[in-house]
Design a protein around this ligand. Structure first.
Ligand SMILES: NC(=O)c1ccc[n+]([C@@H]2O[C@H](COP(=O)([O-])OP(=O)(O)OC[C@H]3O[C@@H](n4cnc5c(N)ncnc54)[C@H](OP(=O)(O)O)[C@@H]3O)[C@@H](O)[C@H]2O)c1
Length: 322
């Protein structure tokens, strides 16, 4: 089978397109023939070494495909089942081994591309809005990178709940996409001071929650956008990691809450995974959640996919085709 391998961490050129034997599923595992792979920013963190994986490794944390074979003691899926998963490394490949407990069945009316596009970023948007800071109608959200993969999904889910969404984006094109997804206010944060804009939009009150995945360049000002006892949800670092901070800062800025959540801890048991994935597939089926696939690259061009994501060219989802 063809797969991408990383022998040493670094730039996109460290991803090599190679031949590997098709693996056999062990106990509890399924072998998935991959039809569509989702690109995520976490793939960049693993490639650069910001997140650690033993070397060599095959990158990729999300895919959809067909169960080809199962190991001993697997009862949740059978060969031929249409499945999708997120959070298991090794998806940049024609086949991948996945623990059966991490697979969800894809409804017959949902294309593999949409399933691969919605798992990781959709599960993330779900847990952020339903569990980390369970949003209520009328609350105001500040969401950075609002036209990104997570961003466009989170806008739509927040609007379903009835929250008001203030989104930041870098370009007019991305502003139009975030508005179409339902954002109430858009700030061009590469041009305008988003802290001042948020204060203007909220009449000085501030927002209930900030969902910040940009990190280094937005974190400090984001704290200033919160109302008293508001919550700062730092869930990524697309611009680089946030430096250490004094806990006293949270007190000084209004008894704020700070959390740094990760998807694995919000899908740690199967009930939670099935709840979140079930909601996403339901919304896709009833067409109340739309997924924007920005572009698709062949597996051997995975390096180009990374370059596009890292250089802020993409909006919505990028797929990779084995
Ligand atoms: N904690 C979790 O559970 C979890 C799960 C999924 C994703 N995440 C995080 O969520 C974030 C979004 O992930 P995604 O896959 O959906 O990516 P994405 O939002 O589609 O892409 C990243 C976006 O971040 C913005 N950005 C701002 N400064 C940047 C910089 N210096 N370099 C690159 N991008 C910059 C860009 O939007 P503009 O051009 O509009 O600025 C860019 O398009 C990532 O930080 C990821 O790690 C976290």
């Amino acid at each position: 089978m063809k797969a991408i391998r990383v022998y040493e961490t670094g730039g996109p050129e460290k991803m090599l397109y190679e031949d590997l034997p098709i693996p056999s599923p062990g106990p509890g595992q399924a072998l998935v023939k991959i039809h569509s792979i989702g690109l995520n920013f976490i793939d960049v963190y693993f490639r650069t070494g910001l997140y650690k994986s033993p070397l060599p490794f095959t990158p990729g944390m999300e895919a959809a495909g067909t169960v080809e074979a199962v190991g001993e003691n697997v009862t949740l899926v059978r060969p031929g089942d249409r499945v999708a998963y997120a959070g298991v490394i090794g998806a940049y490949s024609e086949y991948s081994l996945v623990s059966a407990a991490q697979l969800v069945l894809v409804p017959g009316n949902v294309h593999f591309d949409l399933a691969a596009a919605v798992m990781l970023q959709g599960l993330t948007a779900h847990y952020l809005t339903h569990s980390t800071f369970p949003l209520s109608k009328g609350e105001t959200v500040l969401l950075h990178a609002a036209a990104g993969g997570v961003g466009l999904l989170l806008i739509q889910i927040a609007k379903k709940i009835g929250a008001r969404v203030v989104g930041t984006v870098s370009t007019e094109e991305k502003a139009a996409l975030a508005s179409n997804a339902g954002a109430d206010h858009i700030i061009l944060y590469a041009r305008d001071d988003f802290e001042q804009e948020v204060k203007r939009i909220t009449g000085g009150a501030g927002v209930d929650v900030v969902y910040d995945s940009v990190g280094k360049t937005t974190f400090e000002k984001s704290l200033n956008c919160l109302k008293r006892r508001g919550m700062m949800v730092l869930f990524g670092q697309s611009s680089g990691p946030v430096p250490p901070m004094e806990p006293g800062t949270l007190n000084a800025k209004g008894s704020l809450y700070l959390t740094r959540p990760g998807l694995a801890h919000y899908t740690a048991n199967r009930d939670e995974l099935m709840w979140r994935a079930g909601d996403l597939f339901q919304w896709i089926s009833e067409k109340s959640l739309s997924i924007r696939v920005d572009r698709t690259y062949p597996l051997k061009a995975a390096a180009q996919a990374h370059q596009a994501l890292e250089s802020r060219q993409t909006a919505g989802k990028v797929l990779i085709q084995p």
